[in-house]
Design a protein around this ligand. Structure first.
Ligand code: NAP
Length: 487
């Protein structure tokens, strides 16, 4: 399933017939299982190399295969040497205002190299008190200029270190950077370039997060502002990524849930696919596809909105696997009506399946969870922004975001993590029911001018349930191509 605007034949035709239609950039997505060298064939530019956090970020992208260039004349010589020893290069010159070295490198230098770039900018601590005319805020403009010239499908990662925490000047610079990012991603999205803020409390967690955001697996994510904490699971998260892990995905007969199940199975997880009994045929199809590729999948028919359904899931997994390493609470429904026309049944049904079910399933499977297990709760951008005719849906999806935050706090002592995903406009059976005009409008409201694929949400869910996200918990991650509303 793909959007017409990305069909190669339609694009060829539109390039010959000059119509006032803005065509989106095809995104460079991951294919298949995630690999160690997924940044091979890309470049990375690092504007700051002075401490352990900078080094961890640079090494993370270098180890993933990116050709790293350091542009920090005041950088630590030993740290720079380590990147150069790893195959990177150092370019003298300041990361200065437009026209400077950084800008030239972003454009591909003398050779016009147009490989995608991950531009990693460590936001510096302002000198003095005047934030308006300051080296630190000027540097944002400088990297912004450079980012605007990057080849398609590049990344701009703005890193806030511990030096910006704990005082008012650091707080102001953090807020300024967040504001910059929220506008920058809207400008960069048309070329498939994404922009994120990483607030780094822990260098290793921040580096793992940067490697993911730089990868093709994060192609449809932009505008995220994430906190990278020390792992709550300790060493437990350092075990195998997803290989051999037992993961439950609710509502997985079709759509996003099926894609998550398929993607997890590709990584070697033993996937438990849940859906209602009426979806047995679709679920059997998903299970068969996974098994045909050598993966492991089981189907458990149950209505997650009922106590008996939730218990049936826990009993089936407990009896067969005896453990659970991840839960993707994905099942969801819409029953759109304006307030005037909404019945009590439509109101309650949506709240029960989208929100109440998560509590029922989580309670039932709790004894099976292990230290290092992670929960992913499916919310929606409508839970952030709201939408006409969807009060029941946005009520439920907003509560889901708070639930993820509460589970993150409650689970910390057991080494459990929980995060919410807020998808935007994703091509599934659910959105296929939308009128054409609404679908076209939804696309135009994204920075990337295109809908997402179930695979985009699946990549994010895999990341959040795997060990690479060990420092990410209690957060909401939008998967929306940079939607204009709801920030
Ligand atoms: P979908 O194609 O309709 O798939 C949802 C699946 O959940 C269906 O197989 C559905 O079965 C199943 N389900 C419904 N009620 C259930 C219950 N009580 N117990 C067990 N399974 C149940 O939807 P989707 O687009 O993939 O959406 C997946 C999740 O992402 C949902 O939570 C949705 O709210 C969220 N989301 C989607 C989008 C988007 O653009 N697609 C955007 C934001 C958020 P039946 O089909 O038989 O009812």
């Amino acid at each position: 399933m793909d959007d017409w605007s990305l069909n190669p034949n339609v694009r060829k035709l539109l390039q010959r017939v000059p119509l006032p239609i803005s065509l989106p950039t095809p995104l460079r997505r991951g294919t298949g299982r995630s690999t160690a060298g997924e940044l091979t064939g890309t470049r990375a530019v690092v504007t700051h190399l002075r401490d352990a956090l900078d080094l961890a970020m640079a090494q993370a992208v270098q180890q993933a295969g990116a050709a790293v260039t350091v542009v920090d004349p005041a950088g630590d010589a030993t740290l720079t040497g380590r990147i150069v020893d790893g195959g990177g290069q150092f370019v003298a010159g300041t990361a200065d205002l437009p026209g400077g070295v950084l800008h030239a490198i972003a454009q591909g230098g003398a050779t016009g190299d147009r490989r995608p770039v991950t531009l990693i900018h460590r936001v510096i601590r302002p000198h003095g008190v005047d934030l308006a005319v300051n080296e630190a805020t000027d540097a944002l403009l400088s990297v912004g200029h450079a980012a605007a010239s990057l080849p398609p499908n590049s990344r701009l990662l703005l890193v806030l270190g511990p030096d910006l925490r704990g005082d008012s000047l650091g707080g102001l610079m953090t807020a300024a950077t967040q504001g910059f990012m929220r506008s920058a991603f809207k400008e960069l999205g048309k070329s498939g370039t994404t922009c994120h803020v990483i607030r780094a409390e822990d260098a290793q967690s921040a580096a793992a997060l940067a490697a993911f955001l730089a990868s093709p697996r994060a192609a449809f994510l932009t505008g995220l502002d994430l906190l990278a904490r020390k792992s709550v699971a300790g060493d437990a998260a350092d075990g195998p990524e997803l290989d051999g892990k037992v993961v439950l995905v609710t509502g997985a007969a079709r759509g996003i849930g099926a894609s998550i199940a398929e993607r997890l199975a590709l990584e070697g997880s033993h996937v438990w696919i849940n859906d209602i009994a009426q979806s047995q045929a679709a679920a059997a199809d998903t299970v068969a596809q996974i098994r045909a590729r050598g993966g492991h999948a089981e189907f458990v028919a149950a209505d997650v909105g009922t106590l008996s359904g939730a218990q049936a899931i826990a009993d089936a997994i407990g009896k067969s696997a005896g453990r659970l390493d991840g839960v993707i609470h994905n099942a969801g429904i819409t029953r759109d009506r304006t307030l005037k026309k909404m019945s009590v049944a439509q109101w309650r049904q949506v709240l029960q399946v989208n929100f109440g079910a998560m509590h029922l399933v989580q309670t039932a499977v709790a004894p099976l969870l292990q230290p290092g297990s992670a929960m992913v709760l499916m919310s929606s951008v409508m839970g952030i922004s709201g939408n006409f005719g969807q009060t029941n849906y946005s009520t439920s999806k907003s509560a889901v975001i708070e639930l993820a935050k509460q589970w993150a706090v409650d689970g910390q002592a057991r080494g459990l993590r929980a995060n919410a995903i807020a998808p935007g406009f994703i091509l599934t059976d659910m959105t296929a029911q939308m009128p054409v005009i609404n679908r076209e409008m939804a696309k135009q409201l994204t920075a990337m001018l295109q809908p997402g694929l179930p695979l985009d949400v699946a990549e994010l869910a895999c990341f959040l349930v795997g060990g690479q996200s060990r420092g990410v918990t209690g957060q909401v991650l939008r998967c929306d191509g940079g939607m204009a509303f709801g920030a």
